[in-house]
Write a new protein. Sequence first.
Length: 395
Amino acid sequence: MKIMVISNYYPPLFEGGYELSIAENMRHLTKRGHEIHVLCGVAGPFIAVFLMNRSENWIQRKLPLLTDWHEPNARMANHGLNTNNYDLTQKAIEQIAPDIIYMGNQKRLTIGCALAAQHSGVPLIYDMGDDWLKLYTPHSFKQRLLARLNFHTPRKLRDTLKLNPVICPSQWFAEALKRRYRVERSYVIPRLIDTVPANERKTALPLSFVFAGRIEPLKGLQHIIEIAPRLLAQAPDFRLDIYGDDSEAYADTLKAQIHSLKLAKYFRFKGKSQELNKILPRYDVLIMPTLAQETFGRIIIEAMAARLIVIASDQYGPAEIIDSPKDSLLFKRNNPESLLEAILSLYRLTPKEIDAIKDSAFQKVKTKFSPELHIPHLEEILTQEIKLQTAKIRG
């Protein structure tokens, strides 16, 4: 099967777990004998030159990206880039002639790539790691009216995107997309991970804690800082290492809050790392206090694979992964008091009891999130969709 992937990023360039998971799926499909081609974006001229000079005949890194896609006027906008990406995608599809198009993260790509795939007559499927479509959907009456009256937009770009069929990493998100966009066929395949070599390090007190992710309000890092004075009163050896891009303004806000509370020695900003698989085994506990509606939470299974206990909020994606308190801990979402209790509950356990939870976490990933379990299912879905959509197109 010849599969064409269209995504905003593709490793080694990535924004988060979404792009990593798609690349992981493609790597395993390649092992099973399928031919993969990737059309993706580049960010910045220096990165573009570096990546496009690599020997990657199967990856075309040529789609320009919106640099301010999250701004309100950019959600409707940039007709030139929209047309450009439509035409580039159309040309690549004709050149590659895939059996199926695998649509990944479309943030910053504009809607042009997705519409070109939709108009191509080639079977396609969406892998939805988050709801990027809302970024391109006019919400207010004024926005919808302007979209209808915009005579500068080519007719081919005025079409409505049909989000169907869809692969989702969690059941709750599949149901949400069905409500929001009338998705007719959805398939739930969780994110996958190759389990890392066994981490034989036994728990030794004091416990070591880590946070890894984007440093932004929705990730909830501020709640850990909020409870820190009370936490330290009962667990004075608590320390948290923070991995993530700390160059943004919000990180400065958190650092100022930490400084004002005289907590600088308890929170250490380590910067962004591309090698979390090597870093995570140094720790005992990953804290994920997210306030977002996480579609899954790849970092959870990465941590569990490294034999860490994960403390995560009890709704959406994390709730479908963790069996609390057997293999990790859930706390009430957006509830600092519940987070505090979850952390303190670990201090009431013996190292042997903590190791038992870590072992259960590792076994969970090994048995429920392994490629051997889900890649054959993905392969069956793609084969089924090719037959179904080809028959529909010919019929």
